[in-house]
Design a protein around this ligand. Structure first.
Ligand SMILES: C[S@@+](CC[C@H](N)C(=O)[O-])C[C@H]1O[C@@H](n2cnc3c(N)ncnc32)[C@H](O)[C@@H]1O
Ligand SMILES: [Mg+2]
Length: 263
């Protein structure tokens, strides 16, 4: 099975330039750009991200509070903390985290995504600073954050070591990096590609390339090369009978998330 390149994604790609530059794979970004209007539709193409949201928000909030000395039960537990959401898409994480009090910057390589995100945030009255840029450009500009998110992005970038290096550079002293992706296992091929793209048709065909999935050990090695280490990695599993995702620390076979800090 090969990625089906749609006419929409082809026309959204820049007319000139290489296939990729820095961490940006132009085909990948064009694919997301083509469906940018659907970000906030809970039954649309981003349904899996909507379904994952409560789990990952709880994980981010609880971990950030524990590491950065905040009370997870307070009304705005992340207030006073700066956060950057790399590959923010429509802002499904940026917005709720801003509501938790974080000072949120959302960046995405696709201009259409940040436009959708900014329009939604304005409508909701949530302050988020969105811009169309990349981790490497922010890092080069000297930006630093208490919390860096790279959720469901690393399997879409053109250059994994540069992406991890840039995310690491964005961390302020004592900062926490959150990362999630899909494992490169036969089970992930069956569920995340055949299941989600061909059987359930949750995602457009070609959304994921199995070869770009990363094993936790590979992400761990990329982190270590930048002086960071995973402090926790947990699985997130989908149960088709209940149509629910769950945190499952023992099953990293398909979706997983974790957090890292400087060692
Ligand atoms: C699967 S979506 C995840 C969105 C969001 N992080 C979430 O979990 O809800 C991946 C996003 O990463 C963006 N992206 C891909 N490569 C990127 C890069 N090199 N730099 C910044 N954003 C990128 C895409 O445009 C897309 O919006
Ligand atoms: Mg993905």
């Amino acid at each position: 099975m090969t990625a089906a390149h749609t006419a929409a994604s082809a026309s959204a790609a820049p007319a000139s330039g290489a296939h990729s530059s820095g961490t940006v794979d132009r085909d990948e970004v064009a694919r997301f750009s083509a469906i940018a209007a659907e970000w906030w539709d809970p039954a649309g193409k981003f349904k899996p991200l909507h379904r994952l949201n409560p789990l990952r928000l709880g994980y981010i909030r609880d971990t950030a509070c524990r590491r950065l000395g905040r009370d997870p039960l307070s009304r705005a537990p992340l207030s006073g903390l700066s956060l950057v959401d790399i590959g923010c898409g429509g802002g499904l994480l940026s917005e709720p985290l801003a509501r938790m009090g974080a000072d949120v910057t959302g960046v995405d390589a696709a201009e259409r995504n940040v436009k959708t995100a900014a329009a939604h945030a304005a409508e909701s009255g949530v302050p988020v600073d969105y811009s169309a840029t990349t981790a490497e450009d922010l890092a080069a500009a000297g930006e630093r954050f208490d919390i860096v998110l790279a959720m469901e992005v690393i399997e879409h970038v053109a250059d994994v070591p540069l992406f991890v290096k840039s995310c690491a550079a964005l961390l302020a002293p004592g900062g926490v990096l959150f990362l999630s992706t899909i494992n490169r296992t036969p089970k992930a091929f069956a569920l995340a590609i055949v299941g989600a793209e061909y059987v359930l048709r949750w995602l457009p065909r070609g959304t994921h390339d199995w070869r770009k999935f990363l094993r936790p050990s590979e992400v761990g090695a990329a982190l270590r090369a930048e002086g960071l280490a995973f402090r926790d990695v947990t699985g997130v599993t989908y149960n088709p009978l209940t149509d629910e995702f769950r945190v499952n620390p023992r099953d990293l076979d398909v979706n997983y998330m974790g957090w890292a800090e400087r060692v």
